[in-house]
Structure formats: C-alpha cells, structure tokens
Design a binder for this molecule. Structure first.
Ligand SMILES: Nc1nc2c(c(=O)[nH]1)N[C@H]1C(S)=C(S)[C@@H](COP(=O)(O)O)O[C@H]1N2
Ligand SMILES: [Mo]
Length: 252
C-alpha cells in the first residue's frame, strides 16, 4: 500500500472509529500502526493515545504559529532554574568554549560538537510563543540550528524512532519522535532575541520545540541519543516529566 493511501486509511479509520465506537478502539488502531506515545497506557487513557495518533497522521507537517518582530514580549519571562553546578559555572566562566554536545546512539558518525561548530551550520530563527503548562506564555525569537540538520551531519539511521535529549542539570531529560525531531521549527537553540541564549533561558544550548508545551524545551543540553527503543531510558516513559505525570506528547 502506498504511504498516502495508508495514511488516508489510518486517518479515516481513526476518525470514523472514534465517532462510532469510542476512543478505546481508536487507541487500538493507533497501536496497530505504532502511533503510541511511550507513556500511554499509564495514567493516560485512550483519549491521549488518540490525540498523539491523530496529530501524527493528520497534522504532522503543521507549523507552530510565527509572530512578527513587534509582537516579541518585553522583557521575556524566564522560568526559575535550579542553582547551576560548579561544573556549569566553570564552563560559563570560560564563555562556554568548552561546552560540548555529545551525539550518539543510532548514528553513523557519533561525535561531540562545540557551540561554535553548531553555529557554523545553517541557522534558522523563528518568533514563536513558549507556553508553560502552568499557564503563562511569552513570545520570543529563537535562533539555532535545526535538529534535522544535525541529525544529517551525524547520519541518523533509518530505524531511529526517537531523539533523547539530556540536560547537564541532573535527572533532566526528555525525548521526541522523529517527526518532531525532523520538523523544520525544531531547533538546537543558541540564541534568543538577537543575543546569545541567556543562562536563565538555558544557555548555551537548549532544545526549542515550539509545537509542544514549554517543558519539552529542555535547557542546558549536552547530550543527544538517537534510539529505536525508548523503553531503555529511565522508567521507559520517554521523559523525566512523564515519570511525574506530565504528558510525554505535549502538543499545542
Ligand atoms: N533544564 C531545564 N530545562 C527546562 C526547565 C528546567 O527547569 N530545567 N523548565 C522547563 C519548563 S517547565 C518551561 S515552561 C520552559 C521555560 O522556558 P523559559 O524559562 O526560557 O521561559 O523551560 C523548560 N526547560
Ligand atoms: Mo513549564
């Protein structure tokens, strides 16, 4: 079956089944096609599974809304961060010249990248809203390298299903599926509002994933792992956040 007709079938199937016989069947259909979030079946019910499956089938190429320069919030709000470690302070004192992003897992060319190296790649910026699950949001311009480009540089392998991103902050990591990882607005961000990314906002490197809630945009990242088996990480729910009850798929 062609990809298009398969997608049509899934889309139609999901919608029809959800309408006619309830979400449970739709969730089973989603499972059959592998569209199941790592944390589903836990505290989240069939509605959650349907949300992720529907998003992936119907809206996988949709773009987060981009704003104009005049709409940038002044000043941007930074969420509270934990006290940085001594190691972080040492790196900060050196202007982050020694910061490294390690990339490994299902890639042909694992490696470590300096911030300068990442800045040498084609950059992308977008003016988007970052929305916290606690109810506040603001608009800022984010600059960085598309994660997709970096995945090409390291040669992400075709069987890859997730990118796990790990913060220098202890016990702080999350993951996204390859659709989100390859999405053109998904950035490894190093800049904000025409400046370096401030420490409060996750400098020198953070993930910026504007189609999902703020907590997916993890700060201080220094390690990416490409995997086809998310169950191997932590408790197998796809993120630290999911382990404490937040949704792994936080699409907005
Ligand atoms: N390492 C790290 N990343 C993090 C957080 C954090 O506490 N530590 N908070 C998250 C949450 S809950 C939100 S809403 C956003 C807020 O981003 P901002 O502070 O740049 O506005 O960062 C996310 N990334
Ligand atoms: Mo948040």
């Amino acid at each position: 079956m062609s990809d298009t007709s398969r997608r049509k079938l899934i889309t139609g199937g999901l919608a029809a089944v959800a309408g006619m016989t309830g979400l449970g069947v739709a969730a089973r259909l989603a499972k059959r096609y592998g569209l199941v979030a790592p944390d589903s079946g836990g505290i989240f019910g069939p509605g959650e599974a349907l949300n992720y499956a529907t998003q992936r089938v119907v809206a996988r190429h949709s773009l987060a809304r981009e704003f104009s320069r005049s709409q940038i919030s002044k000043p941007p709000f930074a969420n509270e961060i934990a006290e940085p470690s001594d190691e972080y302070k040492r790196l900060q004192a050196g202007g982050f010249a020694d910061w490294r992003l390690t990339i490994d897992g299902l890639v042909d060319h694992p490696g470590t990248f300096s911030v300068a190296q990442l800045k040498s790649y084609p950059s992308r910026g977008h003016i988007t809203e970052i929305a916290c699950e606690e109810g506040w949001s603001y608009i800022a311009e984010w600059n960085g390298v598309p994660l997709s480009h970096v995945l090409d540089v390291v040669g992400a392998q075709p069987q890859a299903k997730y990118v796990v991103y790990i913060s220098m902050e202890p016990n702080t990591w999350d993951s996204i599926d390859m659709d989100e990882a390859r999405h053109p607005q998904t950035l490894i961000a190093y800049g904000m509002n025409d400046n370096e990314l401030p420490v409060a906002h996750g400098g020198p490197l953070r993930m910026r994933i504007p189609r999902q809630l703020g907590y997916k945009s993890v700060k201080f990242i220094n390690h990416l792992t490409v995997t086809d088996d998310i169950k191997k990480f932590g408790k197998g729910l796809g993120s630290v956040a999911s382990e404490s009850g937040y949704k792994w798929f936080a699409g907005i």
